[in-house]
Design a protein around this ligand. Structure first.
Ligand code: NAD
Length: 293
């Protein structure tokens, strides 16, 4: 049965590595990495994400700066705050929590985050560099970066392997496919209009799933020995849970465990890696801005 890829344990290790490097920057250079988070509106899920990000920053010694704007504020107000953070030397990373209210132009806002401080990697210049051969983005989006880090830390060979990425979103599927391709995997992207997705997935040595559909990928979709990275976080009804629901991935875990050689659980797989990568990106940014090796 499959090796369980323990994202929680890997993320803890990364947070410890970040914390000790943050301490070194402070002791040796008097520099404290800073992350600015902009939250617009009062979505409960977004508030929870922002709270977790702030708490994680504090835990590793990164200073967090938070701006909460009301749902009905203008795009110009958001842009003004971004501009202030772009010019603030104590801020090394800027993150705009998505989704934004409908009346705002997400593209304008993501474009305005300085590429040097774009720790989410959502500025089109960073995505563009990710897509171009011979170019290096300054930042890679945190969730797909976390997926790759799990593969690396488990010594899973990528070069020459067939990979299937399920989902093509800007924040997960698309950058995950680009990252795999940069490491010389042969990548097929499966999406909502793909016919016979199971046929494609069954050829893959590595599957990264980010479609947001509970238990879409059955055991029968997998090639024996495949490595499965399950990004999906999907609530399903569960009367036995105190909240009335529990979270599952895109992959039918019980079935996949019998076929795959390694798999990430949900929760406790990719989820904890996302914030760990954000902290790591913020640290990298502070070092780059201050020209520290
Ligand atoms: P999204 O809704 O933006 O994109 C979903 C993608 O899945 C689309 O590209 C769509 O074409 C594809 N898709 C939809 N139905 C499909 C089908 N039947 N077969 C194949 N592909 C299909 O979602 P997202 O933001 O990319 O997130 C995807 C999942 O990952 C969600 O469950 C989300 O909660 C989770 N997520 C987890 C983390 C984390 O930190 N672990 C971070 C981001 C997103």
């Amino acid at each position: 049965s499959a090796i369980i890829i323990d994202g929680k344990a890997v993320a803890k290790q990364i947070r410890e590595e970040v914390a000790s490097e943050v301490a070194r920057l402070k002791d040796a250079f008097g520099i404290i990495p800073g992350l600015a988070v902009i939250l617009v509106g009062s979505r409960k899920d977004s508030q929870t994400y922002v709270r977790n990000k702030k708490k994680s920053c504090e835990d590793v010694g990164i200073t967090s700066y938070e701006v909460n704007l009301p749902e009905y504020c203008t795009e110009e107000e958001v842009l003004k705050h971004i501009s202030v953070f772009n010019n603030d030397p104590s801020v090394h990373g800027i993150l705009v929590q998505l989704p934004l209210p409908r009346h705002m132009n997400e593209q304008n806002i993501l474009n305005s985050v300085s590429i040097e401080k774009d720790v989410d990697g959502f500025n089109p210049l960073n995505i563009g560099c990710l897509a171009l051969q011979g170019r290096e983005p300054l930042f890679v989006p945190c969730t797909p970066k976390g997926c790759m880090d799990l593969l690396h830390r488990h010594n899973i060979e990528i070069k020459g392997k067939r990979a299937a990425v399920i989902g093509r979103s800007n924040i997960v599927g698309m950058p995950a496919a680009l990252l795999l391709q940069r490491e010389n995997a042969t990548v097929t992207v499966v999406h909502s209009r793909t016919s016979n997705p199971e046929e494609i997935v069954r050829q893959a040595d590595i599957v990264i799933s980010a479609c947001g559909i509970a238990n879409l990928v059955r055991g029968s979709w997998l090639k024996p020995g495949a490595v499965v990275i399950d990004v999906g976080i999907n609530p399903v009804e569960d009367p036995e849970s105190p909240r009335g629901y529990r979270l599952v991935g895109d992959v039918c875990y019980e079935e996949a465990c019998k076929i795959a050689s390694a798999i990430t659980p949900v929760p406790g797989g990719v989820g904890p890696m996302t914030i760990a990568m954000l902290l790591s990106n913020t640290l990298t940014s502070a070092k780059r801005i201050h020209n520290i090796k």
